[in-house]
Design a protein around this ligand. Structure first.
Ligand code: PEP
Ligand code: MG
Length: 912
């Protein structure tokens, strides 16, 4: 019989931390902590296998589960010396979900399970606290009602609010026992009315209902949405943890809290978190009462009372456990704890989510403390986290002006670093709608809940007036790398009325507001976000490296990545300025210079238009002659900026009509310059119109039909190279022909390029190395790669077009259906963002294998957007690419991702 239930308690767990697939993160770590001798309330974990069997069997439990649960429950009763359902002193349990990957707030939890009308009286007597017993019962009823029976949570909440209003109090804790007894009655009536059945009084029935609800919660909308956002597979399932209850709400010697073993925003090595006295765990994360800081060093005002001051013994114990956990897990942990009558219990530990800044500092600090080896430092920083280190900040001078002008209207907790400024939206739906209209939106809420996830994705930053560093808003925003300020208590957010009040100012939707997620400040009006510290040092050169520990560690990380990675990292750059920025970020060449971008410059677009609209070859030649010196100057600028590093220049690619005038006055002006009528010109433009231009007259097809264009570009490239050499600037041009689908296309165009080279270079030919290669963008090119490789000196995958043509999805129109495809899981993610390794990737592997089969040293690069996407970079490493090329600001991400490719090498290249 398959084992589906794993017990933990009394210093021994049947599971361990490596069993996350089976026990979920929570269950695996509860077992591990138990084995480490850390005080954990005993219980058992029902495995993900049971959850998956339950779903597969049409929501029926597997047969063997009942006996295994009953046995585990029996052992738990023995251990605790209490009986489940005992009317005098009942054993009470929590039932919580816990998947392999943590999904904060996304799934459901039921506490105080085992209570019924009689045992609540028993609990009242046993605890000597009738108020506590009825408080526990009303919590249980509302959780059971909403999670298991599917009744809207708001119904219970509004009854609770009404009770508080009747009593004239603000906090739940101010309700007395008679209020709570009345609520229990009301909640039971609601359950009867809404579910058509009485609340189940039998604890076993409650337990099975709760386990089923936890299993079902894996498939709820919130959980699905979260998994989609974070790429967590649907088939994993969740475990259910049944654990005996401990209480943080039995009086003032009780507390409950959440903490990180280091500061998750900055990485500072201090116990960092929040707690509430006389409260249950849900109160801390719900944000309904403002929690207090745990450590003295966290105090931001004198009225706060830290756990360190209030309960020094428990605090000291927590510090010891912090050290034990970090030593054991070798990483920062995120823990939940409860103190019941002075006794500390850990309810959870997991690897803590952190900002990019914290990830960097924690990794280096752990290495300095000899906890992890140097290579592990690399692994500990997720390449995507670097986005946050490069995130914008407010200009210190502007910020200080805003401060002295009194525009800083509130201060909250700095939950997610980075500066954000935008127009206010008070609901997730409005945030999504405004962002859809192209606005930069700041989502402002009293607090966020899992339903707000769409709005959080759409917003540039998030502000809440309630909640702490571990509130939903804080945790989720940090995970997303969004600037976030939480708990800005002095702001009153009336989301339903569509306004907020900050001091004497009232703001409405559409008004501008700014937040600094690094300092916690909330600033009235707009404020421009400025380059990050790293950018200031590397690109603007306005700050010195010596003044920034962050920069020093960032650059050390990059150096480590460079030592490890095999693939090179180039950049996509069309201007000397882009090239300069990219080099500052470590680019080792240009992988794609899109020459058409040069054609759009103001001083030349009209010449380009003349060239396109020319009536005959002579007219076209005249226009091209005028373009030649401009292109040459462009290439000289870029060669100089790259100073000897390889520069891949792509010959003209887009359909010509993209350059055409659209407005009558433009036609008139060009017609006058060309000495023709505007009507004739417009007729010519109509001729160039194509029904499907992306599959039309573009790329190498232009080169074939308008040879003079490519010849002019080739001439400009080689003349620029000669010029640079004369000035002792080393150059390494790589001429790239786009959209090749047949070897014949390549052969004819490459021959023309080489013949221009021969002509321009003349006797200098031998001293100037250059390559002529092709982009691989058309699926056919992958299929005939071996013949193309015989002619081409390099391949560069244009994965944007390759994705477009492999799927048959138009790059420009995909927005109309792709979101729904992703939502329905027809696709795991946007294939234009993260490479489809299964289909497009198969073509890539095939192409590399065939190409290298013909020419073993064939140079292979990637210059589509995927070259800057960390997950895709891992694939290209595996597939054996020589380099990836991406936009300048993604170069550090690609460098680190390429190193991760080596560290997580999955067995080399070339196999499908
Ligand atoms: C590509 O298709 O991947 C590519 C880099 O070219 P472009 O995006 O310019 O079509
Ligand atoms: Mg392309």
């Amino acid at each position: 019989m398959a084992k589906l239930v794993y017990a933990f308690g009394k210093g021994k767990g049947e599971g361990n931390a490596r069993m996350k697939d089976l026990l979920g993160g929570k269950g695996a770590n509860l077992a591990e902590m138990t084995n480490l001798g850390i005080p954990v309330p005993p219980g058992f974990t029902i495995s993900t296998r049971a959850c998956n069997a339950y779903s597969e069997r049409g929501q029926r439990f597997p047969e063997e589960l009942a006996s295994q649960v009953e046995r585990a429950l029996g052992r738990l009763e023995t251990l605790q010396g209490k009986r489940f359902g005992d009317e005098a002193d009942p054993l009470l349990v929590s039932v919580r979900s816990g998947a392999k990957f943590s999904m904060p707030g996304m799934m459901d939890t039921i506490l105080n399970l085992g209570l019924n009308d009689r045992s609540t009286d028993g609990l009242a007597r046993a605890s000597g606290d009738r108020r506590f017993a009825f408080d526990a019962y009303r919590r249980f009823l509302s959780m059971y009602g909403s999670v298991v029976l599917g009744i809207d949570k708001a119904e219970f909440e509004s009854q609770l609010d009404a009770a508080k209003e009747r009593r004239g109090v603000a906090a739940d804790t101010d309700l007395d026992v008679s209020d709570l007894e009345r609520l229990v009655g009301q909640f039971q009536s609601t359950i009867r009315a809404r579910s058509g059945k009485s609340f189940p009084q039998k604890p076993h029935e409650q337990l099975w209902g709760a386990i089923a609800a936890v299993f079902r919660s894996w498939g709820n909308d919130r959980a699905r949405r979260y998994r989609r956002e974070y790429g967590i597979p649907d088939h994993l399932g969740t475990a259910a943890n049944v654990q005996s209850m401990v209480y943080g709400n039995l009086g003032d010697d009780c507390a409950t809290g959440v903490a990180f073993t280091r500061n998750p925003a900055t990485g500072e090595n201090v116990l960092y978190g929040e707690y509430l006295v006389n409260a249950q765990g849900e109160d801390v994360v719900a944000g309904t009462r403002t929690p207090q800081p745990i450590s003295r060093s966290q105090k931001t005002d004198a009225t706060q009372v830290t756990l360190e001051e209030r309960m020094p013994k428990a605090y000291a114990e927590l510090q010891t456990i912090r050290r034990t956990l970090e030593k054991h897990y070798k990483d920062m942990q995120d823990i939940e704890f409860t103190i019941e009558r002075g006794r500390l219990y850990l309810l959870q530990t997991r690897t803590g989510k952190r900002t990019g800044l914290a990830a960097l500092h924690i990794a280096f600090d752990l290495h300095a403390a000899r906890v992890i080896p140097q290579r592990e430092v690399l692994r500990r920083v997720d390449p995507d986290m670097l986005v946050q280190l490069l995130a914008p900040v407010f200009d210190p001078a502007e910020l200080s002006r805003a401060r002295s002008d009194g525009r800083v209207v509130a201060r909250g907790l700095p939950a997610g670093p980075g500066a954000a400024s935008g127009t206010i939206a008070f609901s997730a739906e409005r945030a999504e709608a405004l962002a859809h209209d192209g606005r930069r939106v700041l989502l402002v809420r009293t607090e966020t809940s899992p339903e707000d996830i769409g709005g959080m994705v759409a917003a540039v930053g998030i502000l809440t007036s309630r909640g702490g560093m571990t509130s939903h808003a804080a945790v989720v925003a940090r995970g997303m790398g969004k600037p976030c300020v939480v708990g800005a208590e002095s702001i009153r957010v009336a989301e339903h009325d569509g306004h907020l009040v900050a001091g004497s100012t009232t703001l409405r939707e559409g008004d501008a507001l700014s937040i600094d997620g690094t300092t916690g400040e909330v600033i009235l009006g707009p404020l421009d976000p400025h380059p990050s510290e790293i950018q200031q040092i590397l690109v603007e050169k306005t700050k010195r490296p010596a003044r920034s520990k962050l920069y020093r560690r960032f650059s050390k990380l990059m150096r480590l990545a460079d030592q490890v990675r095999r693939m090179r990292v180039r950049t996509n750059a069309d201007t000397p300025e882009d090239a300069r920025v990219a080099r500052a970020f470590g680019a080792e060449g240009i992988g794609l210079c899109r020459t058409e971008h040069m054609f759009f410059a103001e001083d030349r677009i009209s010449v380009v238009r003349e060239m396109i609209l020319a009536d005959d070859d002579a007219q076209r030649a005249r226009a091209l002659e005028r373009l030649l010196p401009m292109q040459r100057a462009d290439f000289i600028g870029i060669f100089k900026a790259m100073n000897g590093l390889p520069v891949t220049i792509r010959l003209l690619d887009p359909p010509l009509h993209e350059f055409l005038p659209t407005r009558p006055e433009q036609f008139r002006r060009i017609a006058a310059e060309m000495g023709v009528t505007a009507a004739a010109l417009e007729a010519k433009a109509r001729q160039l119109h194509e029904t499907n231009p992306m599959l039309g007259h573009r790329g190498c097809r232009l080169g074939v039909t308008f040879p003079a264009i490519y010849e002019m570009q080739a001439r400009a490239i080689f003349e620029a190279a000669v010029h640079c050499r004369r000035e002792r600037v080393r150059v390494l041009p790589e001429v790239m022909i786009p959209l090749v689908g047949t070897v014949e296309e390549f052969r004819v165009l490459a021959a023309r390029v080489r013949s221009v080279a021969d002509e321009v270079l003349g006797t200098a030919r031998g001293r100037l190395r250059y390559l002529v290669g092709t982009m691989i963008e058309v699926p056919r090119a992958c299929l005939v790669a071996d013949s193309i490789a015989a002619e081409a000196e390099f391949f560069s995958f244009g994965t944007n077009d390759l994705t477009q043509m492999t799927y048959g999805f138009s790059r420009d129109d995909v927005g109309k259906f792709l979101p729904q495809y992703v939502a329905m899981r027809l696709l795991p993610s946007d294939p234009f963002q993260t490479l489809d390794t299964v289909g497009v990737g198969r073509l890539v592997r095939l192409c590399i294998a065939e190409g290298r089969g013909r020419k073993s040293d064939l140079k292979v690069g990637v210059c589509g957007e995927h070259g800057g996407d960390a997950r895709s970079v891992l694939f290209f490493h595996d597939a054996g690419a020589d380099y990836v090329s991406c936009s300048p600001y993604r170069v550090p991400i690609a460098r680190l991702a390429a190193a991760h490719g080596v560290l997580t090498d999955r067995g080399g290249s070339g196999t499908a």
